[in-house]
Write a protein that binds this ligand. Structure first.
Ligand code: ZN
Ligand code: ZN
Length: 299
């Protein structure tokens, strides 16, 4: 039986707004990304909004759920991810591969998405490199593809914001588990900005609980971090009079001094190794120059 969403694609192939996908993603400042049915699908041309189509089967006809309902389900799954507005439209198609690192990282992310199965554990990936290289873009592109093409649920969190949410919850008499619980069962979780936290014992215990439980349940977790794996991988020092980096002075000091293992602790670092393929995403030169005119969003 053909994939119902493919049928929707075929009948909408002429649409300039959605490119035949049947959905469009809206970027609303201050809100998370929202997808909706494209205008070309507003009144379903196949079922006229009854939700069912009659298909011939063995000499008679049977009612089948129309592909538009599958599209609605996938849109709902996408809207649960909580993609930040700045990267609302990030997808594999809009990711610019302008260095060997970028091509490699994109291949790993796409491979993960295509091979992902709900019924078998899939090893995640961890992207590391300087800010602005496109790590957030790839995390979001992976979650987007899984949601809209396969209907797989995912969630995106920035680790620091998650910690703030847990702390705010304490004031409202909510335990950390109230906040973490939905993240423990979602099939794919992307944790961005790993290592940006201060690294207190409490912060580490939250991270450990979250990722260890997911690992033990066989669930895939993706990560992005600005920290390198070895001290000799850290970005070269700036030469006097020559501007080679765009990162903040604060980040530079940190990055030159610390590795990811130092930021998250040895125990979590070795857990990350078990859970993920590590992929460097760092073009190693001026990011601003490359980004000029790309028109995209980068994280
Ligand atoms: Zn359309
Ligand atoms: Zn329909």
């Amino acid at each position: 039986m053909p994939d119902p969403v493919d049928n929707a694609n075929a009948s909408a192939s002429a649409c300039a707004d959605c490119g035949g996908s049947g959905y469009v993603v809206e970027q609303i400042l201050g809100a998370t990304a929202r997808a909706r049915r494209c205008a070309c699908q507003a009144s379903c041309p196949r079922c006229e909004e009854t939700g069912y189509v009659l298909v011939p089967q063995g000499g008679s006809t049977v009612a089948q759920v129309c592909s538009c309902r599958h599209l609605d389900e996938r849109i709902a799954v996408f809207n649960q991810i909580a993609i930040p507005a700045a990267v609302a439209r990030a997808s594999f198609e809009t990711f610019k591969s302008w260095s060997p690192d970028h091509a490699r990282a994109r291949a790993v992310a796409e491979d993960f998405a295509r091979k992902f199965r709900r019924d078998a554990p899939t090893k995640g990936y961890l992207l590391y490199g300087r800010p602005g290289a496109g790590k957030t873009h790839l995390l979001v592109a992976t979650l987007r593809w899984l949601a809209l093409e396969k209907g797989v649920s995912g969630r995106y969190v920035e680790f620091m914001l998650l910690l703030s949410e847990i702390k705010a919850g304490f004031d409202a008499n909510r335990s950390h588990m109230d906040i973490l619980r939905p993240l423990l069962s979602v099939p794919v979780l992307a944790i961005d900005e790993l290592g940006k936290e201060r690294g207190t014992e409490w912060e580490r215990s939250m991270l450990d609980e979250l990722i260890s439980r997911r690992f033990n349940s066989g669930l895939a977790t993706l990560f992005a971090t600005n920290y390198f794996l070895r001290p000799d991988e850290n970005p070269v020092r700036e030469e006097p009079g020559k501007h080679v980096r765009t990162a903040s002075p604060e980040w530079r000091r940190d990055a030159e001094a610390m590795t990811l293992a130092q930021r998250v602790g040895d125990r979590i670092y070795s857990r990350l190794n078990e859970m993920c393929t590590f992929v460097k995403l760092d073009p190693g030169h001026d990011l601003r120059k490359d980004r000029a005119g790309s028109g995209g969003f980068w994280g």
